[in-house]
Design a protein around this ligand. Structure first.
Ligand code: CP
Ligand code: NVA
Length: 309
């Protein structure tokens, strides 16, 4: 069975640690691995906008000796005229992996079910697992290890970032706290899955509506846009309810004394986070962005190895 990476919990705790170790190794020695030498091609498909994901996959595939093929869905047959599985059946004849940023998770599942090459979720409405590998690498660099840390995500609890934090954080043994308005709480199924994983790893999952309560004493404070891609029409109603969850200096002061501030970017300064916090000494956003490159390279190396075995 082909291994894919569609959700954070597609990998076990041991596999997650293995990928993070490999990422750290590739960060130290950037051109050490060339599994795509040939060059083999990786298709990187975008239904939504991107800066970091596009550049980090393009550069990462090239670093691994391969050739990235960046495809904008609007100028392809995918979506309008062709199903994800038919597209995958064609691509697998020519490429070594498929990376896709899309809307519904079900599209990724259909693509993965229809192909023998690994499919990687480069962000869906439900999850952003590549970002989480980068985020965990960043936290590990600063704190040495992950298990037992406490992390609070503030804002849209039903967003891809919050839900990936639940699954990936639980996999890493982190105590994950999500603070959101009740109507933007994470999906029940994701909470159940994350809680089950946390039971195995020693982490935990707690949902809050009060941001102050959620950040009390934590090691890491995370936020993300209140208006994810695809939700633009809901902007006014979202801005009306999320104001209370803005990460500002006052809220950061309630976290642990050396708490890290993280944001996957792009950020709306003045909305989900104030400029003094995101541009301040506790913020690790630039390392977090750089680590997309190293983490995704490690993921590709690992997937190619697993699927060759
Ligand atoms: N964080 C992230 O995925 O950024 P892009 O949307 O620029 O790819
Ligand atoms: N939650 C954001 C992440 C962007 C990288 C979105 O989906 O737009």
């Amino acid at each position: 069975m082909t291994r894919h990476f569609l959700r954070d919990d597609d990998i076990t705790p041991a596999e997650q640690a293995e990928i993070l170790d490999l990422a750290a190794q590739l960060k130290r020695d950037r051109f050490a691995a060339k599994p795509l030498a040939g060059p083999q091609t990786v298709a990187v498909i975008f239904d939504k906008s991107s800066t970091r994901t596009r550049v980090s996959f393009a550069v990462g595939v090239a670093d691994l000796g391969g050739s990235p093929l960046i495809i904008s869905t609007a100028s392809s047959q995918l979506g309008g005229k062709e199903t994800p599985s038919d597209t995958a059946r064609v691509l697998e004849r020519m490429v070594s992996a498929i990376v896709w940023r899309t809307y519904a998770q079900t599209g990724l599942e259909q693509m993965a079910a229809g192909t023998t090459v690994p499919v990687v979720n480069a962000l869906s409405d439900e999850f952003h697992p590549c970002q989480l590998l980068a985020d965990l690498l960043t936290i590990r660099e600063r704190r040495g290890s992950l298990a037992g840390l406490t992390l609070a995500f503030l804002g849209d609890g039903a967003s891809n970032m919050a839900q990936s934090y639940l699954l990936a954080g639980a996999t890493a043994g982190i105590h994950i706290r999500i603070a959101s308005p009740a109507e933007y709480a994470p999906d029940d199924d994701v909470v159940v899955d994350a809680t089950a994983i946390a039971t195995q790893t020693g982490g935990s999952v707690t949902l809050y509506t009060d941001p102050a309560e959620a950040v009390a004493g934590v090691d890491v404070v995370v936020t993300d846009t209140w208006v994810s891609m695809g939700k633009e029409e809901e902007k006014a109603e979202r801005l009306a309810v999320f104001g209370h969850y803005r990460v500002d200096a006052e809220l950061m002061a309630l976290a642990g004394p050396d708490a890290l501030f993280m944001h996957c970017l792009p950020a709306d300064r003045g909305y989900e986070v104030t400029a003094d916090v995101i541009d301040g000494p506790q913020s690790v956003i630039w390392d977090e962005a750089e680590n997309r490159l190293h983490a995704q390279k490690a993921l590709l190396v690992w997937l190619l190895e697993k699927n060759a075995a």
